[in-house]
Every structure is written in C-alpha cells, then in structure tokens.
Design a protein around this ligand. Sequence first.
Ligand SMILES: [Fe+2]
Length: 269
Amino acid sequence: MRIGTISDLHIDRPSDYTETEYAETLASLAEDQHLDVLLIAGDISNDYRKSYQFVQEMKRRINKEVLFIPGNHDYWNVDEKTTHEIHEFFMQQPECLMGHPYIINDEWAIVGNSGWYDYTFASSEYTTERLERRRFKGATWQDKVHVDWGMSDIEVSHKAALMAENDLQKVEDKKIILVTHVVTDPSFRVPMPHRIFNYFNAFIGTSDFQPLFQKYNIRYSLMGHVHFRGETEKDGIEFACVSLGYFREWRTKNIYREMSHALNVIEIS
Ligand SMILES: [Fe+2]
C-alpha cells in the first residue's frame, strides 16, 4: 500500500501551467509512483467549489482513493458563503478526512484535520493583541479578509485539535498517519530572527497537537501551509512538509519535477 501526500497546489495562482495541467501532471505522478491513496493536505485553490472539483477530477483520472483536508485558502469566502457554510460543505464530502479517519488495515489508519494556527510560533516579542491585528509593516494576513470563524484563531485552533482528538480516539488501537494543513512542529516555521516572520510565524502553525503526539500512536505527521519542503524526525515521529507552493517559488519551472519533489510517499506493508 503506497500513500502519497502533497499540499498547497494553489492551482488558481499565476503559473505557466493551466489548472488542467496541474491535474494531468499529478495524475501521471500518482501512476508513476504506483500510489494506492493520494492525500491532498489543503490549499488546492481559493475557491471551495474549484478545490472540491479538483478532488473529484483526480479520482476520475487515477481511479484510486483520493482523500483531502481543506487548507485556509480553501476556506476563503466566495459565492457569499460563510466560513462555517464552507466548512459544512467540506464535512459532507466522503473524500474529506475530517470526522472520518481512513482505515488502511488492522494496523494502520489515516487521521486528517486542517488544524488552525494559534500564534505560538511567533517571536515572543509580540503580544496576542498585537498578533490578533494580523497586520504588520503594511501587510495584512489575508485570512483576516477572507475567513471569518466568528471566534479567535486561538479558539479555532483548540477546536480543531479537539476534533482531531475525537478522530484519533476512533483509531487509537492503530499506528496513525496524521495529516494537517497547518504546521504541527516549530521546526517548520520560517527561521528567526526574520524581519517579518518574527510576526507572521504566528499564522503558520499550532502547538495544540503536541499533547496528541504523546497520547496517540502517531508515526507520521504530514503538513503543508508553509511553502517549503522538508522532513525531520523527533521522538520516533516522522514530520514532513509537502507543499508544492506557488509557481514563482519553484526552483525549476518543471511542474512534474516540482510535484515529485513535494510528494511524500509512505509505503505500508
Ligand atoms: Fe495554507
């Protein structure tokens, strides 16, 4: 059983490639890698309808299991829908991992939850009140404009972790692959000191999953959101950041090569 995870496709951002070429390329890669399951860890696009259409298109193209969790960009308000309505839309989709873990076999399961950022990855020089403004040196964190949960980000993060724990309990007898959108480990924040990310790291990750790593048999924690790629191991858990990121950020301009580099493959026997 081969499970491939990728995130932050951002198919609707400026790129030399069309949205169809994103789907075609990811499908070829899934085939070349002999994937049985394709996981998309959020930020497919800035429009929930387009994001979900992409999931369905991938299913049609590869004819394998395709699962996803939304990222913050997938929650952006469009079509006069509120954030909660978009969340409800995603929760109703059978491919959405939140609320229903995917059982691989007697030994392994996949738990997915977008998670949310809780400001703990910022430099301690900023107060919560300062971070809640989500504006620094003339730049506004765009979720402030496009997402409205009706509560603080810190509360959203707590709620997301509670929802994740509820799913972890359903498979607590198994080894777990945890997929989130936001970063679960501070090693993936933007290195500090940094002129602007001392501030903007607030919106990169959460500490709310830390107790869950102690409590459940999580072997892998896969994530996106921050647009760099990497892996690290801590206390027997493999952490990997699997973002494709924006076209302008790619090292090469070859979409297949970039997707291959971003994709993380786990083989379960
Ligand atoms: Fe994101």
